[in-house]
Design a protein around this ligand. Structure first.
Ligand code: FAD
Length: 511
């Protein structure tokens, strides 16, 4: 009897093994692109233009990813720059990238990016994506940030999102599908298919759980990094793994994980796109945050000033200095500063979110609402001593820090950190306010190591045939910090790297 049951069980097991866990379907394409964000759609568009058949896999219910948030792209020696007399040469830009990274960046990749950047703006233009104006990355930097102009649907009122990088996403996705390419939504790529060391396709799963085998001659990975993956953040950004990601969710490191399994080497995994500090759950344009991040007076939880606050003009610097002191600071300001921001407007713009001179008329509402919630994010007191007690600081420490700041403001000289006198403001007129600040970032910047054409390489340096990584799934454009000296670098790189991968892949599949 025991034997009979055992035979029945074995037979059942055999049948179960023969059946796939899910129903399975197969698709054939030239190039599979995993990730329908900025870099993935750029690769798909370029590949389509070059005559390749393309399938794009997108995990979310809509395309765009972080590409729905950006506003402008980097270029050096663009036609528009030349026409209006902006002199940012390719050589200057390339050397700046390399010097900022202490020559840790991938020289060949950075050079390719800079050299093709102006041509890529022409390419965008040829598809009806125009430039509205050219701005800077950080305050007073070189004019390289080519801000994308509103498209016709924005201007006609049909689609208010046909603007900035969202315009690029709209144009790219329409182009790919109009030309017969397929964009599969809610269909994440899950695993690469390898054959004899070459990548020959990718597995995906649609929203019903059906597995799809996509046989492709080349695969471009473009899943936007790993900022939503807690485990990867702990591993690769141990300094402050809970750093708040700004923007879209679902950047789970899927592409990098697939690449690792295929033997990809990694580069720059410890680098994030450090942003202005803020608070989890608050929009970057929130007026309470807009006042707190003005470069006036920030202290650690001990009540000690820790940096030249004006380093926020280059947000990666303010991120680095905040992470260094443990990731929590308090912006403390007095009623005179509050009044100035509300009645005259802020001095430091928050990019396009809150422009310089904006009167923070919503500040009071936002601050008081948060105060009433008693979540330890904001504090208000009539004296510095009382404020210090609320913040669990030694009153004498905070009072001494305030006294030094007030002396600096009176003498117009910051003996502690040498801040530009125009940002020296007293903390003297009660009531006094404190807003907690913690690190935020716009995404991760490390990923698979690539060649100048975005072919993924193994630790041996040999490319993995048929595999490309682009945008924030590829490393090599940075040293230890995000580079804001040249505005538009990450979106510009996303688009350019997508093009490089597509161009190379199309040649590769013709071999
Ligand atoms: C608020 C904000 C403002 C910004 N402004 C600028 C700017 O003005 N200039 C600039 O240079 N940069 C800017 N950036 C950065 C820039 O937007 C990004 O660097 C760029 O979009 C990265 O492109 P990407 O293709 O690598 O990733 P994404 O655009 O995020 O695309 C990744 C895509 O992959 C999808 N995906 C994830 N996993 C899978 C999977 N397993 N299968 C299929 N799909 C998957 C995601 O859903 C997403 O759609 C900004 C970022 C933010 C957050």
């Amino acid at each position: 009897m025991k034997r009979l049951w055992s035979s029945i069980a074995s037979a059942a097991l055999l049948v179960a093994c023969a059946l796939p866990a899910y129903a399975e379907k197969t698709m054939e394409t030239d190039i599979a692109v995993v990730g329908g964000g900025l870099s993935g759609l750029s690769a798909a568009t370029q590949a389509t233009q070059l005559g390749a058949k393309v399938v794009v896999l997108e995990k979310q219910a809509k395309v765009g990813g972080t590409g729905l948030f950006c506003e402008g792209v980097f270029a050096a020696e663009s036609k528009l720059q030349k026409r209006i007399g902006i002199n940012v040469t390719k050589d200057f830009a390339y050397k700046l990238i390399m010097e900022y990274s202490h020559w840790k960046a991938n020289s060949a990749l950075a050079k390719h990016f800079v050299d093709r950047s102006a041509e890529t703006v022409d390419w965008l233009d040829s598809m009806g994506i125009k430039i509205e104006y050219i701005g800077v990355g950080g305050h007073g930097g070189p004019l390289t940030w080519h801000v994308i102009a509103p498209g016709p649907d924005y201007l006609s009122g049909k689609n208010k999102k046909d603007y900035h990088c969202e315009r690029i996403i709209n144009v790219f996705s329409k182009y790919v599908t109009d030309k017969g390419g397929q964009i599969l939504l809610q269909t994440p790529g899950t695993d690469l298919i390898m054959d004899n060391g070459k990548v020959v396709g990718v597995w995906a799963k649609d929203k019903s759980g059906e597995k799809i085998r996509i046989n492709a001659k080349a695969v471009v990975i473009a899943t936007g990094g790993f900022s939503s993956n807690k485990e990867m953040m702990k591993k690769y950004y141990p300094e402050y793994p809970d750093i708040t990601p700004v923007g879209n969710i679902g950047k789970d490191g899927d592409g990098i994980t697939m690449g690792i399994k295929a033997g990809a080497d990694l580069e720059g995994m410890n680098t994030v796109q450090g942003y202005r500090p803020g608070l989890p759950g608050f929009h970057p344009a929130d007026q309470m945050i807009a006042l707190a991040v003005q470069p006036y007076f920030w202290v650690t939880p001990r009540g000690e000033r820790y940096t030249d606050e004006s380093n926020i003009v280059f947000w990666p610097y303010s991120n680095n200095s905040l992470v260094r002191v443990g990731g929590v600071a308090y912006a403390i300001y007095d009623d005179a500063t509050r009044k100035m921001a509300v009645e005259q407007g802020i001095e430091m713009p928050l990019g396009e979110w809150v422009l310089a001179g904006t009167k923070l008329v919503k500040w009071e509402d936002a601050f008081n609402k948060e105060l009433a919630r008693k979540r330890g994010n904001v504090f208000k007191a009539d004296t510095i001593e009382e404020l210090a007690k609320q913040l669990n600081m030694k009153p004498e420490v905070l009072q001494a820090s305030v006294a030094r700041m007030n002396t600096a403001a009176d003498t117009r000289k910051d003996a502690e950190f040498g801040k530009d006198p125009k940002f020296l403001r007293k903390v003297a007129t009660g009531p006094f306010y404190a807003t907690k600040l913690t690190p935020r970032h716009l995404g991760t910047l490390g990923g698979m190591k690539v060649t100048a054409n975005n072919q993924v390489v193994k630790t041996s340096g040999d490319p993995i045939p048929g595999l490309y990584a682009v945008g924030t799934d590829s490393g090599g454009m940075y040293g230890d910090s995000y580079d804001l000296l040249l505005g538009g670098g990450t979106a510009g790189y996303a688009i350019n790297s997508g093009r490089f991968a597509a161009e190379h892949a199309v040649k590769y599949i013709k071999q």
